[in-house]
Design a protein around this ligand. Structure first.
Ligand code: AGP
Length: 595
């Protein structure tokens, strides 16, 4: 979604802003722009990629302070005039903004009646005009006065002609200040600034900051506040492709390491499983898990896994629906899963849960993210920065966190527990074996890439894997894909089956096996080609499916991990075959910061 950068210091501002914008491209955008302070303000923007902006900018742009933005259109189509930065009537004040100003129409009418001239369709444009209205020689005060009128969410950076400083503010949209040596940066997220510094301050809601090249001052409602500096452990290398064609492929291949790192962060080689239990806890009672998208699929795997191992009832809800259906009781414990920690729907759900007196445990991959800061308890995954819009390694890391949360409370005999812990430790090797089978999987992907509709089916703990396989395929290859519980096909989707609609069947060696075999036969009877995922050594499924992809044997509880990696590779190679922009699929954004 939209990205923000800002710089003030001794370097030439143009290359710094462009470099930071390149680093934010993964968030998904349709337009971009910069404003630089060269005495006066100069604004350059258009509905183009950063590379095109870079190539068309005048060579000789001076200045040591500036702001930049990648826009993901919400109010008004992608166009030059709707791109950020936006300015006031005088052209002296420039603003970049992430979020949504919900009362912008009212503000716009009022400002227009006072003589302000609007040129874009955006909600953002009211902000520079409000600042202009309240400006009496003090930019910080004018920003504070303007924001008092504004409803909705925002992270903003404001630059004014002849004033060598950046004024920043946030509410319900992330913003960081990054500290350098006689230079400072502002960004909506960490990868933007990793080339320059790893020292970061996370702004809180209602903070207003004034950033100069050698000073950072933060206040709330006019009172100075101290914000802790954090050291980022991710390196620039973590956020680069490392020789892979796409971030997605690199991230798929990182999964053995991600599993090792995430599990390693929770347990040492010698630690007995019992000591994993959270201090003071006697068990996990009935549970609610909330999430969106791929994280929701992790939540569903968590449900099946916890219900089996813990024998508790686990409810899952889409965070985006929770406002309309969520019933909780005060004091209950709720798990929220969000890779980015910035998804607006997840944050809204967390706030609602906290108002209702629930205890919120957040599983997130981003240290310092908004979710991590408002949670009662945090379980970090260690996937490293995930750049590709399609979530891959973060999903597998979320599953590791869920196994870790569940296993200490499992109501199973000690032999099964020991074997699960051993199975968990062996997972990196098993995933590596799936990756070693990449060439075979890519051949099947090439077959799939020729179709326009594909079904994915699974049962039990592999039903969410079918959903995830379909989501991956549709988002990056644009092939229409549906994930179904295998038993549900005959309740409607059978009408769509035929020789032009292949079915990917995930067959697990558990109590769902016989039913899956029957489902494959039913699908074959409707002439749909079937690609089945089966455990190594299984000969029976080969007799009924058209093709078989084998996966290493694991306890069925861990089968979602190996099966999902196969489906990630299927999606990747199908998208590659179709020539799709894999890391930045159309219309999508990495972290969805609007409701
Ligand atoms: C999946 O590939 C997507 N990137 C998307 O569904 C994502 O999982 C969803 O937007 C939730 O994001 P979060 O985990 O950062 O909250």
């Amino acid at each position: 979604m939209c990205g923000i950068v800002g710089y003030i210091g001794e370097r030439q501002v143009k290359p710094v802003l462009l470099n930071c914008l390149y680093r934010l491209e993964y968030r998904g955008y349709d337009s971009c722009g910069i404003a630089v302070l060269e005495g006066d303000l100069a604004v350059y923007k258009d509905a183009v990629r950063v590379k095109v902006l870079d190539e068309t900018l005048p060579q000789l742009i001076g200045g040591r302070a500036g702001i930049g933005h990648t826009r993901w259109a919400t109010h008004g189509e992608p166009s030059q005039v709707n791109a950020h930065p936006h300015c006031d009537c005088t052209g002296k004040i420039a603003v970049v903004h992430n979020g949504v100003i919900s009362n912008f129409q009212k503000l716009r009418r009022q400002l227009a009646s006072e003589g302000h001239n609007f040129i874009s369709e955006t909600d953002t444009e009211v902000i520079p005009h409000l600042i202009e209205k309240y400006y009496e020689g003090d930019l910080e005060k004018a920003v504070a006065a303007a924001l008092r009128e504004v409803e909705g969410s925002y992270a903003i950076v404001v630059l004014r002609a002849d004033e060598p400083k950046l004024v920043v503010a946030r509410k319900d949209s992330p913003l960081i200040i990054a500290i350098g040596d006689r230079e400072n940066f502002v960004a909506s997220d960490v990868p933007a600034i990793l080339d320059y510094t790893s020292r970061v301050i996370y702004l809180e809601d209602d903070d207003i900051g004034v950033v100069t090249s050698d000073n950072v001052k933060v206040s709330q409602h006019g009172v100075a506040v101290a914000r802790k500096e954090h050291k980022i452990s991710w390196s620039v290398k973590d956020a680069q492709k490392a020789g892979y064609e796409h971030f997605m492929l690199k991230e798929i291949h990182e999964q053995p390491k991600v599993i090792r790192d995430t599990i390693g962060g929770y347990i040492s080689a010698t630690e007995p499983i019992a000591s994993l239990a959270m201090a003071g806890d006697t068990g996990l009672e009935d549970m609610l898990i909330l999430a969106c998208g791929t994280s929701y699929h992790a939540a569903l795997v968590g449900k099946y896994m916890m219900e089996e191992l813990l024998r508790v009832a686990v409810r899952t809800e889409l965070a985006s629906e929770f406002s309309y259906c969520g019933q909780t009781s005060a004091g209950s414990r709720v798990l929220v899963i969000t890779q980015s920690g910035e998804t607006a729907d997840a944050l809204k759900a967390i706030k609602k849960l906290k108002e209702e007196g629930c205890r919120v445990i957040v599983i997130t991959n981003v240290v310092g993210s908004t979710a991590s800061r408002i949670a009662d308890q945090i379980v970090y995954t260690r996937a490293g920065p995930e750049i590709s819009v399609a979530a891959t390694k973060s999903f597998v890391a979320q599953l590791m966190a869920l196994y870790w949360l569940a296993l200490p409370y499992a109501k199973i005999d000690i032999r099964r527990l020991d074997s699960l812990v051993m199975g968990l430790r062996q997972l990196p090797g098993k995933v590596q074996r799936v990756l070693d089978n990449e060439a075979v999987i890519s051949e099947y992907a090439q077959q799939l890439s020729k179709y326009e509709n594909v079904f994915f089916i699974g049962r039990g703990v592999n039903f969410p894997v079918a959903l995830e396989g379909a989501l991956k395929l549709k988002e990056i290859s644009y092939i229409h894909a549906e994930g179904y519980a295998a038993g549900e096909l005959k309740h409607g989707p059978f009408a769509l089956l035929g020789s032009d609609t292949p079915v990917v069947a995930i067959v697990a060696q558990d109590n769902t096996y016989e039913a899956m075999l029957t489902n494959i036969k039913e699908v074959k009877a409707r002439r749909s080609p079937v690609i089945a995922l089966v455990e190594e050594g299984n000969e029976e499924v080969k007799e009924v499916a058209d093709s078989v992809i084998t996966v290493p044997q694991v306890d069925v509880i861990f089968s979602p991990v190996v099966n999902t990696v196969v489906l990630q590779l299927l999606a990747y190679y199908a998208a590659e075959q179709r020539g799709c922009p894999i890391d930045f699929p159309r219309n999508l954004a990495k972290s969805v910061t609007v409701e």
